[in-house]
Each structure stands twice: as C-alpha cells, then as structure tokens.
Design a binder for this molecule. Structure first.
Ligand code: NI
Length: 175
C-alpha cells in the first residue's frame, strides 16, 4: 500500500486518452487499485482515475459518501472500482451540481452533467458490473470517466461565474 502522487491540472497525463486495461485481475492492477483507494481516502476525494496518478489506463475508483449529492439524500455507496468503463446517458435530463477534483485542488464549480447514466465495466475479478445511476453516483461516474478521455470538469462548464475557490464559494453559495 502506498499513497500516490496526484497529477494537477496542467500535467499532460491528464489530457491523454487512456488505454484499455488488458488484464483487469493482474497483480499490478490490483496493487494500483489498492494504492488508488488509499490515495483517494487520504486526499478526502470521492473518486480518482488512473491518469490522475500518472497511469494512463482506463480505470477509476469512486465512492458515494454519506450526505453527498445535490439533494443530500443520495444513498451512500462503498468504494468500488470500474475497469474499462462505458458510460452512456439515459434520457435528456441535465443536472447541474458542484464538483471538485483532486487534480484541481482548492477549486469548485457548478457543472452540467447527464442526470441519469447507464454504466458497464468489469471489476478486479473480470466480472461484468453494470447498472443505472442517478444523483451523485451518476455525477462521479461521468467525472471519473471523463478523466480517461483527457477531459477535466472546466471543459464541461458553461457558466464560469460559478467557478471559484472552495472557501469563497462556501461563503456565498449553499454547496
Ligand atoms: Ni477529477
């Protein structure tokens, strides 16, 4: 177990299109996922994608902490990994929520996302994982999946007046 260094916005690894994971259950992938979970928890994040720790592979870890999400009553979800994910929108509904990113420390923004998505991928045993997600769960899946395509949340924004430092936004908005 190790805490990994997190790449910050401006590092080119965050702009790369990541490669598929050839063997999800391989020992080095298990070690990477274990280290990513430790790194995410240490940094207080809700998600972490492999490119954020300088590994350009298509996998991410995430969780839905208690009390997160726009309506604060999304059911919490334990830490999970999604390898070689495919995320697709369900319907046209858009939800705008506050987002942060461990690669953009100290800042936060209101970002539009699909309200509901369908997801599929595999876990560390190579077992297919799939389902439908809404609320914070849908948001975190889209945010982390974007990292695998070199997309950071400012690239999804359409109102830059809702972009700022956590401390300032906390004073003037209900986050
Ligand atoms: Ni992020």
């Amino acid at each position: 177990m190790a805490i990994l260094k997190i790449a910050r916005m401006g590092h080119p690894v965050l702009l790369q299109h990541a490669a598929p994971v050839p063997e999800p259950g391989a020992p080095e992938i298990r070690r990477l996922v274990s280290d990513m979970i430790e790194t995410m928890v240490d940094a207080g994040g809700a998600g972490l994608a492999a490119p954020q720790v300088h590994v350009s592979l298509r996998l991410f870890v995430f969780r839905v902490p208690e009390g997160r999400g726009e309506n604060r009553n999304d059911p919490p979800r334990p830490t999970a990994v999604l390898i070689n994910p495919v995320i697709e929108p369900v319907g046209d509904a858009v939800a705008v929520s506050w987002e942060g990113c461990l690669s953009i420390p100290g800042l936060r923004a209101a970002v539009p996302r699909h309200a509901t998505v369908r997801y599929a991928g595999v876990d560390l045993d190579g077992t297919t994982v799939q389902g439908e997600a809404t609320g914070f769960h849908a948001l975190v899946l889209q945010h982390e999946n974007d990292h695998l395509d070199g997309i950071l949340y400012p690239m999804r924004m359409n109102d830059f007046s809702l972009f700022g430092f956590n401390e300032e936004l906390a004073r003037y908005h209900s986050l």
